[in-house]
Structure formats: structure tokens, C-alpha cells
Design a protein around this ligand. Structure first.
Ligand SMILES: [Zn+2]
Length: 299
């Protein structure tokens, strides 16, 4: 299974910044020891690809460092050349994973899942919306008839993705998230399910099954993009849900099984994870990779 990485494009952050940047290099170190994984440096998303999902004026502001202080605060990162490069690579990794999945069944982005980025603004540690860019890039560069479902299981709503793709019925957006969590103003996905605080494994997995049934009845996907956020885990600082490590594994298995049963290519990204202990977040992401690897053998 191919896994695209970006962790060496480090984004410089002030001391004490709350974004857990080092989780990505720790994850790659673990993944490097797995057999059956091919690690590949992520390509950059091109301007053309980014513009499938973003406004030209926003892209120019990002590239030229003309984001206002307010816009940078919304993103949560101070602007730097490295921030631009990192964001391009992170989107490029999902594009590459999606193209690879069409050929090989499953492929991974070891970062990405930047679902809070809107068409004309970044937000919540997200500059470019990798899922929207990748879905649209497949349609523009591979086949205009591809229908893609974005299954967003990060604990935060995929508000940017929902907004960008709102009037696009060739891409289905599904978001299952904590109802009381950021973003406090939700957007309308094609299918939203907001979970109550403290939700445990049984309720979560039952709800996921219902969402996937609905996806099945409402949309005929040819390809899936899965945001496997680690933040529904009970050890997360921000998540508010209570999924066990085994519950997270069953979540991933449910999605990969859904894809396999329908022989749908699936690209997945890591998305959020803000564990009280960084190891627990890295373990959950690593578990997702190992679970995917089991399924890859069956494609
Ligand atoms: Zn999140």
C-alpha cells in the first residue's frame, strides 16, 4: 500500500503552539517498519488543482503572504513560505492517494483531512481543502463521470468541505461529528450526524452503520475519500466523545469493509487528533494504517 508523507515539510510554529506537528514524523517512523507499505514523498498540489476548490483571490493571498492578521488567526498558523509549501504538499498527498486508490484499491495520506478550509478562507489549522481538491481533481484529470463520496469521521464537522461542495451533486459529503464541538456554526453536508458528548462505541458504530446505509441508498459512488480523524477517541483533549481504541479500530474496519464489499477505491487521510498524550493519537493513526493494510490485500 502506498502512503504519501509530508512530515519533513515542517511548518514553523511558535513555542508552545497547541498544534501537535510532531505526530506526523512519529507516525511515519512507525509506518516505516511495516511490511507492505511503500512510503512516497507527497507531490505538491498545483495552482490549477487548488483552484478546482478555491477562489483565485484566496490562493493569491496565501501564496503572496497577504493574509490579514485576522485571516491568519482563523487558520491558527502564522503565515510563512513553509506554511504554503506544507499546505500544497498536504493537498497533493490526498490527490496522489486518490489517484493511486483508483489503480490499487487503497492508498493513504499520512496527514491531510483539512476539512475546515472554505472556498475563500482557511480555518481551524486548515489552509487548503484537500478532500475537495482531490475529488474535483479526479473528475477533471481522470474521468468527468466519477462520483465521489467523502466520508468524514473526524470529530469536528467537515464544514469547509460541505460548503465548497454544497451545490455539487457529483460529490456526496457525509460528516459524523460531535454536535457540541467546533465549528459551532455547522454547514449543511449531504448527510450530517451530530453525536452527543460522551458517545461510546456502541452508539457510535450503530450510527455509522445507519449513515453508510443512507449513503448507499442515496448515492452511487465510484470512489471514496475517508477522513479517519483520531479525535473521537476517549484520550483526546478536544474530542468530547468516548470511543475506545478498539471502537476506533472497528470504525475503520466498518468503512474499509464498506468500500471492499462494493469494490470501491478508497483514499484516506489522518485528519485531527489531539491526544492528552501524543502517543495515543499516533497509535490511533497507526492502527488505521494497519487496518487498511489488511484490506488492501483483498483488493
Ligand atoms: Zn478534528
Amino acid at each position: 500500500m502506498k502512503a504519501f508523507y509530508t512530515d519533513h515539510f515542517v511548518l514553523p510554529l511558535p513555542v508552545g503552539h497547541r498544534f501537535p506537528m510532531e505526530k506526523y514524523s512519529r507516525l511515519r517512523d512507525l509506518v516505516a517498519n511495516l511490511s507492505g507499505i511503500e512510503l512516497i514523498e507527497a507531490p505538491s498540489a498545483t495552482d490549477t488543482q487548488i483552484l478546482y476548490a478555491h477562489d483565485p483571490s484566496y490562493l493569491i493571498k496565501v501564496i503572496e503572504g497577504k493574509l490579514s492578521a485576522h485571516e491568519q488567526r482563523e487558520i491558527g498558523f502564522p503565515w510563512s513560505e513553509q506554511m504554503v509549501e506544507r499546505s500544497r504538499r498536504s493537498a497533493g498527498a490526498t490527490v496522489a492517494a486518490a489517484k493511486t486508490a483508483l489503480q490499487e484499491g487503497i492508498a493513504a495520506n499520512l496527514a491531510g483531512g483539512t476539512h475546515h478550509a472554505y472556498r475563500d478562507a482557511g480555518s481551524g489549522f486548515c489552509v487548503f481543502n484537500d478532500s475537495a481538491i482531490a475529488a474535483r481533481t479526479l473528475q477533471k484529470e481522470i474521468s468527468s463521470t466519477l462520483k465521489i463520496a467523502v466520508i468524514d469521521l473526524d470529530v469536528h464537522q467537515g464544514n469547509g468541505t460541505a460548503s465548497i461542495l454544497k451545490h455539487d451533486d457529483s460529490i456526496f459529503t457525509l460528516s459524523m461529528h460531535g454536535e457540541n464541538n467546533f465549528p459551532f456554526q455547522k454547514e449543511e453536508s449531504d448527510l450530517d450526524l451530530g453525536l452527543a458528548d460522551g458517545c461510546h462505541d456502541d452508539t457510535y458504530l450503530h450510527s455509522l452503520g445507519k449513515c453508510l446505509d443512507q449513503l448507499d441508498s442515496r448515492f452511487k459512488a465510484n470512489c471514496l475519500i475517508f477522513l479517519a480523524g483520531a479525535d473521537p477517541h476517549e484520550g483526546d483533549r478536544l474530542g468530547r466523545l468516548q470511543l475506545s481504541t478498539e471502537g476506533m479500530r472497528l470504525r475503520d474496519e466498518t468503512v474499509f469493509q464498506y468500500a471492499l464489499d462494493r469494490q470501491l477505491p478508497i483514499a484516506f487521510s489522518m485528519a485531527g487528533g489531539y491526544g492528552k498524550e501524543i502517543e495515543s493519537t499516533v497509535d490511533i493513526h497507526f492502527q488505521t494504517i494497519k487496518t487498511a493494510l489488511q484490506f488492501q490485500k483483498q483488493y
